[in-house]
Write a protein of this length. Structure first.
Length: 313
């Protein structure tokens, strides 16, 4: 699996990273056992995926920590996250410091490579700037975290307003960005700036419900047509993305979706979240295949050129 440099961090990472969240949460949301989830993490490492991403909110930090026991610390990159709010109030600097320490304890680690402020909404960014950036910089100086990251709340905010604000501060080493073939607006609004600043990028939402469930995709397409956001002229009105699974293009829409993100300039790592070892193997295979044919890319980009209202979730 190809290795890349994660922006100015200098970290050498594989193009597929394992996400321990999403709908699956390593299978925990599907009733899988802890042993099953540990097996997924270890299989990811076997496949060469050396970046593991988790978060307090996922409830998988302890599982990831157990899976990494005995694994040489310099052989993987660990990313975890904590949001800017508690249930009823913006989190304070002291509360955030305590949360970072608690996360380290759950992981069984002395430090994490990347610590993200998780799922930040535009209205919350001023608090992140004033209250949380200073404590994150202190924690970095103390050796508890190595690099600062931030992730957007792509489910509720699909136009990247918060990340555009964050890019002004020049403190973020890594950003987690929502991007897929349904909404590739970050290509124009975010990636030119992350590339210019040397910010490493982790792609989330490469494949979500609408790109893995035919009924969900039809519902989303119907909504976009009704809102005038896409025009199906020249496409199959009953299955407008069927050209992506034609011979010579891809074997499935899911495979095409991963390959679409994999070769996007500005994306370093594509995150894959699953609770199944077999599914993980399929995703790893997809991310090692060549780019989609130019004609297929052109059709996708044309169809969704004006869309920034959906996440695919």
């Amino acid at each position: 699996m190809q290795q890349v440099t994660l922006g100015r961090t200098g970290l050498r990472v594989r193009v597929m990273g394992l996400g321990a969240g999403g709908h699956s949460r390593l299978g925990q949301s599907q009733g899988k056992s802890e042993a099953d989830s540990i097996a997924v993490v270890r299989r990811a490492l076997e496949l060469g995926a050396n970046l593991i991403d988790t978060a307090e909110a996922y409830g998988t930090e302890a599982i990831v920590g157990k899976a990494l026991q005995g694994v040489p610390r310099d052989s993987y990159v660990l990313s975890t996250k904590k949001g800017p709010r508690e249930k009823d109030h913006p989190i304070s600097a002291s509360e955030y410091r305590a949360a970072v320490q608690a996360g380290l304890q759950r992981l069984g680690l002395e430090y994490v490579d990347i610590f993200h402020v998780h799922g930040v909404r535009p209205a919350e960014y001023a608090h992140v700037r004033e209250e949380l950036i200073p404590v994150l910089l202190q924690l970095r100086d103390e050796g508890k975290i190595r690099w600062l990251g931030i992730t957007e709340n792509f489910t509720t905010e699909t136009t990247h307003q918060m990340l555009s604000m964050a890019l002004e501060d020049k403190v973020w080493d890594v950003m987690m960005v929502g991007f897929n073939l349904l909404n590739h607006s970050a290509r124009h609004t975010i990636f030119p700036q992350t590339q210019a600043q040397g910010i490493g990028t982790l792609c989330m939402f490469a494949v979500r419900r609408a790109l893995s469930n035919a009924d969900a995709l039809k519902e989303l397409i119907d909504k976009l047509v009704a809102n005038g956001e896409i025009d199906l002229e020249g496409y199959n009105p009953h299955a407008p993305l069927d050209f992506l699974s034609e011979p010579g293009v891809a074997t499935s829409l899911t495979e095409a979706a991963y390959r679409y993100c994999r070769y996007e300039p500005g994306i370093d790592v594509v995150l894959s979240g699953t609770g199944s070892v077999d599914h993980l193997d399929e995703n790893a295979r997809a991310l090692q295949l060549p780019p989609l044919p130019a004609a297929a890319l052109e059709r996708v980009n044309h169809l969704f050129a004006g869309v920034d209202s959906v996440s695919g979730n």
